[in-house]
Design a protein around this ligand. Structure first.
Ligand code: SF4
Length: 339
């Protein structure tokens, strides 16, 4: 649905969108880099408010969040568009909107879903939270805020799954309603960010530091993209998490599969994933996970002190829960998270 956007200002006959670090300056009729925010007559509009293109009920482990009320169901929603343009995006059909596609009137009519209905459906289907994901929810900030506000009033939790490419002011407003974040830290090189995602590293690091400083539950994910993510970068990320954030923040290492414009790259070799896991452990991180690799032993949570399995997993399914009051059931070590 077309509606006046938030997070913009007029400047010299243009509008400047300050929702994300791309910082589009748009002339009348121009579309932002995300493909869904447009200057019309000196006002910025979002064309996809409530234009739902994806909705699914998932275990929270799929976000991935492993330390946030494990095993609960979350209703996950998305609208089209994205402010990054990753070569290997697995959701490119909804994130990389062909210019003009969202502007068909019929499209808005077919896909608009009222925020109240999202919340009702989440409650009706036994979900404990709503997740904003698939495309980057940054570009549907207005809708996310409206859904999340109502969800909170009804006792649901809110989860933002994001690449973290967003500015402080909008993030501060969104954060009033969020309970947890799953954040991609894709690379540890500005060049790799630019080449693979058309983004930059520094704003992502700042987002992570900002949200952590506000005491929200965060988990980080790095897709191990062959050729773009070097071993030095993997170590750099692990060290940065340990030193600048906290060694107990969970770090998910996800297996890459070729999609979209990255079909020339191979799937991540299993040994590279396990090597990245070991680098994380060498750098002192307490909870490192391997994902997109069903049945791998590093899907489970091990107690950093006694080494016993605290939460056993097979894919997104929990096979063992050895937690007592937020601590390891075997030795009593505090396991960080929301349980
Ligand atoms: S949200 Fe879209 S329009 Fe706004 S600055 Fe980012 S890419 Fe540009």
């Amino acid at each position: 649905m077309k509606t006046v956007a938030k997070f913009w200002k007029p400047l010299n006959g243009k509008v400047v969108c300050y929702l994300c670090p791309v910082g589009c300056e748009l002339k009348d009729g121009q579309v932002g880099s995300c493909g869904v925010r447009v200057n019309h007559g000196g006002k910025l509009y979002t064309y996809t408010y409530g234009s739902l293109v994806s909705a699914a009920i998932d275990p929270v482990e799929k976000k991935p969040l492993f330390h946030f009320y494990p095993g609960h169901l979350t209703l996950t929603i998305a609208t089209p568009g994205c402010n990054l343009h990753c070569r290997g995006c697995q959701n490119w059909e909804i994130s990389q909107v062909p210019k003009g596609e969202v502007f068909r009137d019929s499209f808005f009519e077919e896909t608009f879903v009222d925020p109240e209905l999202i919340v009702e459906k989440a409650i009706e289907t036994g979900c404990r939270s709503i997740s904003y994901s698939y495309s980057d929810p940054t570009i549907f900030a207005e809708y996310m805020i409206d859904v999340a506000k109502r969800a909170k009033e009804r006792g649901l939790l809110n989860i933002m799954v994001t690449a973290g490419y967003i500015n402080y002011d909008p993030l501060e407003e969104i954060d009033r309603y969020m309970d947890a974040y799953s954040i991609d830290l894709k690379f540890f090189s500005d060049e790799a960010y630019r080449k693979y995602s058309k983004g930059r590293l520094q704003p992502v690091l700042e987002t992570i530091e900002f949200l952590f400083s506000r005491g929200k539950w965060i988990e980080l994910t790095t897709l191990i993209v062959p050729k773009f993510l070097t071993e030095d970068q993997v170590r750099g990320i692990a060290r940065w998490i340990g030193e600048r954030i906290a060694p107990w923040v969970p770090w998910h290492l996800s297996r890459f599969f070729p999609h979209y414009k990255a079909t020339d790259l191979p799937p991540t070799p299993v040994e590279d994933l396990e090597r990245a896991y070991l680098i994380g452990k060498e750098e002192g991180l307490e909870y490192v996970y391997v994902g997109n690799l069903f049945g791998n032993r590093y899907e489970s949570t091990y107690c950093p002190r006694c080494g016993d399995v605290v939460i056993g997993r097979a894919g997104y399914r929990i096979t063992r829960l050895n937690l007592k009051g937020g601590a390891c059931g075997s030795c009593g070590y505090e396991i960080k998270g929301r349980f």
